[in-house]
Write a protein that binds this ligand. Structure first.
Ligand code: GDP
Length: 325
C-alpha cells in the first residue's frame, strides 16, 4: 500500500503551534463518525491532551435564550481579546433540541472575525440529527481549540439540558440574559436551571433598566440559594454588547476566575465533565440494552472514571466502550 496513515503526532504538533489549517483538519477529524476515523481522532486527541495539558486554555461557555445577544457579546469579547494580543478559538454549537428559527447561531460573532487574522478561529458544529443536548463531537472540538488558542468560547443556546452539557465542556459558564428575562429567572428560582458561574445582563443600554435587571437577578438567586441552602452566588454583571460597554469588566472577571482556580480542582472538574460526557453519549448511542450489557449505570461510571484516572484520553475511553467485550 502506498497510502500512508496520516501522522497524528505531526498534526497534533501543528495544532499546538496554532496553525489554522491544522486546527481545521483536526476539527474535521473529530467530527468524523466512521469507525476507522474515530480511532485516528482518538489518537490525535490523546496526543493533544498529553502534550497540551499544561497550556490548556480557559474555556468559557456562553449560554442563554435565543436573542439575548450572545453572538454580539462573543464578537465583542473576541475583538477585545485580540486587541489585548490573545488568541481565541470559538465554537458555536447548535443544540438539536432548539430551533431558534432566527439567525444561525454564532453568525453575529462570525462577522467580528477578521479572516486574515491568524490568531482567531471560528467553527460551528451542527447537531446532525442527534436528539437532545450538544452534539457528541463538542467535547473533542473544544479540546482541539483549547490546545491551539489562549481562550476558547463555546456559544450555545437554550435552557436546561444545554446548560448541563456546556458545564461538562467548559471551565466557566456564563449565562446571558436581557432585562425582563422573566422566564429564565423563574427557572433559576425554581432550581430547574443549573447555576452558572457568571450572569451577564446584556442590553443594559440604559442605566435604569440595567439596575432593575440586576436587582431581579439577585432576587432570583437569593430565592434559589435559600431553597438549595447555597451560600456562594455567581457574580452578576450588566453589559451592553452592542455599545461595547462593560466588556473590559467582563474579561477582568473571567481572568480573575482563571487566575484563582486551583489547578487540582480544575483538573478534577475537567475529568468529571469528560466522564459525564462519555457516559451520556454512550447511553444515547446504545440505549438501555447497551447500559445493561455494561452492567448498569454505576458500572458504566466506574469504568469511565477508572480509565480517565489512568490517564486514558476521553476519546479513547469512549471508543473502548464501544468495542464488544
Ligand atoms: P443571540 O441569539 O443571543 O446570539 O443574539 P444576537 O447576538 O444575535 O442578538 C440579537 C439582537 O439583539 C440583535 O438584533 C442584536 O443587535 C441585539 N443586541 C445585542 N446586544 C445588544 C445590546 O447590548 N443592546 C441592544 N439594544 N441590542 C443588542
Amino acid at each position: 500500500m502506498s497510502v500512508r496513515a496520516p501522522d497524528m503526532k505531526a498534526l497534533a504538533d501543528r495544532v499546538l503551534a496554532g496553525e489554522r489549517p491544522a486546527v481545521a483538519e483536526a476539527l474535521n477529524r473529530v467530527e468524523d463518525t466512521r469507525a476507522a476515523e474515530r480511532a485516528r481522532a482518538a489518537d490525535l486527541m490523546a496526543e493533544l491532551r498529553a502534550k497540551g495539558a499544561a497550556k490548556l486554555a480557559h474555556t468559557i461557555g456562553i449560554t442563554g435564550p435565543p436573542g439575548v445577544g450572545k453572538s454580539t457579546l462573543a464578537g465583542a469579547l473576541v475583538r477585545k481579546l485580540r486587541a489585548d494580543g490573545r488568541s481565541v478559538g470559538m465554537l458555536a454549537v447548535d443544540p438539536s433540541s432548539v430551533r431558534s428559527g432566527g439567525a444561525v447561531l454564532g453568525d453575529r460573532a462570525r462577522v467580528a472575525f477578521d479572516p486574515s487574522d491568524e490568531h482567531v478561529f471560528f467553527r460551528s458544529l451542527a447537531s446532525k440529527g442527534q436528539t437532545g443536548g450538544l452534539v457528541d463531537a463538542a467535547l473533542s472540538a473544544v479540546g482541539v481549540l483549547a490546545a491551539a488558542y489562549d481562550i476558547v468560547l463555546v456559544e450555545t443556546t437554550g435552557v436546561g439540558q444545554t446548560e448541563t452539557d456546556v458545564r461538562d465542556v467548559a471551565d466557566t459558564v456564563v449565562l446571558v440574559i436581557q432585562p425582563g428575562s422573566g422566564d429564565t429567572l423563574q427557572f433559576i428560582k425554581a432550581g430547574i436551571m443549573e447555576i452558572p458561574d457568571l450572569i451577564v445582563v446584556n442590553k443594559a443600554d440604559e442605566e435604569r433598566l440595567a439596575k432593575q435587571a440586576q436587582a431581579d437577578v439577585k432576587q432570583a438567586l437569593a430565592a434559589e440559594a435559600r431553597a438549595e441552602a447555597r451560600d456562594v452566588a455567581p457574580e452578576v454583571l450588566s453589559v451592553s454588547a452592542l455599545h461595547r460597554r462593560g466588556i473590559d469588566e467582563l474579561i477582568a472577571l473571567l481572568d480573575k476566575r482563571a487566575a484563582e482556580r486551583d489547578p487540582e480542582a480544575l483538573s478534577r472538574a475537567r475529568r468529571d465533565g469528560s466522564a459525564h460526557w462519555i457516559a451520556r453519549s454512550y447511553r444515547r448511542r446504545h440505549g438501555e440494552a447497551g447500559l445493561e450489557r455494561i452492567g448498569g449505570e454505576s458500572a458504566l461510571h466506574a469504568r469511565v472514571a477508572a480509565a480517565l484516572d489512568g490517564g486514558t484520553a476521553p476519546e479513547r475511553v469512549a471508543l473502548d466502550l464501544d468495542q464488544p467485550a
